[in-house]
Design a binder for this molecule. Structure first.
Ligand code: BYC
Length: 477
């Protein structure tokens, strides 16, 4: 499964043996590069960035590190090795051989899922395009660009499936990926979180923690798909995705660390916006909590409705499974089982049992929320170790929702239902206010000298390919 880099489009799918597909992708490539030039990281064309590029899809030694100018990055098509014995693990086709072609009867559902997944990838690049101008360090700038080029590659991964397996409408969908844009009033991105702005680095780290984590769970579910090329594509994407979530978790952790360090240095116990660490150029813990509330709630929407016939169909027909499907100990059919969800019942949020098949989205949301909480605990460990009496927490899943039954009500972060007027009066206690956003924005001054870092974030502990923080991760020529 070595990746062939001698071709115009690097790949490990033997692209040269399929001239029609190769030509279709080569025709799409200039449009992609034009999109990268116009809506990818701003003013980055000439920068030399210390990037990793996939050279193999094996677990060990899959990446090569070197300086690359981003427009020269070799975006390509990499699938994990095929397993000729692979069978479908769930739904009515359970036990049958995995599909190597798209089954005609599931064509539109599969296309829809692939388009939705693909659409998020360029969207995130668009959302992050201005962040390079205000990087807190070269280390962070390099990580931003690494995430951006890999999201670009993930778009390639979905476009390969569309063009390779869906004929003419797949080609049209591939074009449309470059025509919708994040926040565009006429042609927005499909899912709402991808039309939000990412105007500062606190938002960016929250996005890579919470929203990329949705990507991780959705890709994990699509990796279970009976459609083998989709499964193999997603499996390799997950390898890259792990780094994106790492950037988010450590990024937020370093901001928390810096807030704690400043509180200790200046002997203040004030965790809030006034009279706390803002005087010393840090981001106070209460503001960090508000950003968590916003990004968690927006990302929680990405799992769809609590009860979804779409999701039931995807599962029943073997198109999209549950996260870690094969590790779950049940019949993998879900025709007779139930699942417990939170439901809005005459103005109260109560537990209720529902048919498990209809609750596949909610189950994935549960898996996601548990995983989100692990990182919050690690951030709290930093605060605890500093001896500070404050704990971050995830808001209730009903808080600030735009999709699903809870979108009809307002709650406080604990999940207590409140009136619209109370929400209007109090929401800036819980969500980043204009002042909070303006304050965070005021900190966004670029630091581009090797080894230097902005005052609102602690330096990282880890290295990149054995290079310490002081390394010149980005060269400005
Ligand atoms: N925004 O039956 P439901 C990533 C629509 S992130 C707007 O619950 P379903 C990444 C829905 O389309 C991962 N609309 O829907 C992260 C449906 O419309 P129709 C992205 C929404 O299909 C960071 C209606 O509401 N991948 O990779 O069961 C950086 C009824 O809803 C939303 C995927 O999402 C929303 N949030 O579930 C880079 C995987 N939610 O039929 C990358 C593929 C629902 O009434 N997508 N609607 O017209 C899916 O699996 C499903 O489409 C969803 C929705 C889970 C998103």
């Amino acid at each position: 499964m070595k990746i062939n880099y001698s071709e115009k489009i690097p790949n490990n799918v033997n692209l040269s043996s399929d001239r029609r597909l190769q030509r279709a992708l080569e025709r799409w490539q200039p449009g992609y590069l034009k999109w990268w030039d116009e809506l990818g990281p701003e003013k980055s064309t000439g920068l030399e960035v210390y990037l990793r590029t996939a050279v193999s899809v094996e677990k060990e030694g899959w990446a090569h590190f070197d300086y690359v100018k981003m427009p020269d990055y070799r975006w390509g098509i990499f699938l994990t090795p095929s397993d000729s014995d692979r069978t479908i693990n769930f739904g009515i086709h359970k036990g049958q051989p995995a599909w190597q072609e798209v089954p005609g009867e599931y064509r539109s559902e599969l296309r829809r899922l692939i388009v939705t997944q693909g659409d998020t990838e360029p969207a995130s690049v668009e959302q992050q395009r201005l962040l390079g101008k205000t990087c807190p360090s070269l280390y962070d700038l390099r990580n931003l660009f690494q995430v951006n080029v890999e999201e670009g590659r993930h778009l390639w991964a979905m476009v390969y499936l569309l063009q390779g397996y869906f004929g003419r409408d797949g080609r049209e969908e591939a074009e449309a990926m470059l025509e919708r844009h994040s926040g565009d009033p006429d042609k927005p991105r499909i899912l709402e979180a991808f039309n939000e702005e990412t105007p500062d680095w606190l938002s960016y780290f929250m996005f890579t923690y919470f929203t990329d984590r949705d990507g991780n769970f959705q890709l994990g579910s699509l990796a279970e798909s009976g459609f083998d090329p989709l499964s193999r594509t997603c499996r390799f994407m997950l390898t890259e995705e792990a780094h994106h979530m790492f950037v988010g978790e450590t990024g937020v952790g370093r901001i928390v660390q810096r807030a704690c360090d400043l509180m200790k240095d200046h002997k203040t116990e004030n965790t809030g916006a006034t009279d706390g660490v803002r005087q010393y150029g840090g981001i106070d813990l209460e503001t960090i909590q508000k950003y968590i509330n916003f990004h968690f709630s927006v990302s929680t929407d990405l799992f769809g409705q609590e009860l979804s016939t779409n999701a039931a169909t995807y599962y029943n027909t073997g198109i999209k499974g549950r996260f870690g499907e094969t590790k779950i100990n049940d019949d993998h059919l879900l025709h007779d089982s139930s699942y417990s969800i939170l439901e809005l019942n005459s103005e109260k949020i109560v537990n209720t049992e529902v048919p498990a098949l209809n609750a596949v989205n909610e189950r994935l949301r549960d898996d996601y929320i548990k995983d989100c909480d692990l990182g919050v605990r690690r951030w709290n460990k930093i605060i605890e170790d500093a001896g500070i009496d404050f704990r971050l927490k995830l808001p209730h899943r009903a808080f600030h929702r735009g999709i699903g039954q809870f979108s009809e009500i307002q709650t406080d972060p604990e999940g207590e239902i409140i009136t619209q007027s109370e929400w209007d009066r109090r929401h800036s206690e819980w969500m980043p206010s204009q002042q909070d956003q303006a304050y965070v924005q005021s900190l966004m001054q670029p630091v581009t000298e090797p080894g230097k870092i902005a005052g609102w974030i602690a330096p990282p502990r880890g290295k990149i390919n054995r290079h310490p923080f002081e390394y010149e991760f980005v060269r400005f020529n």
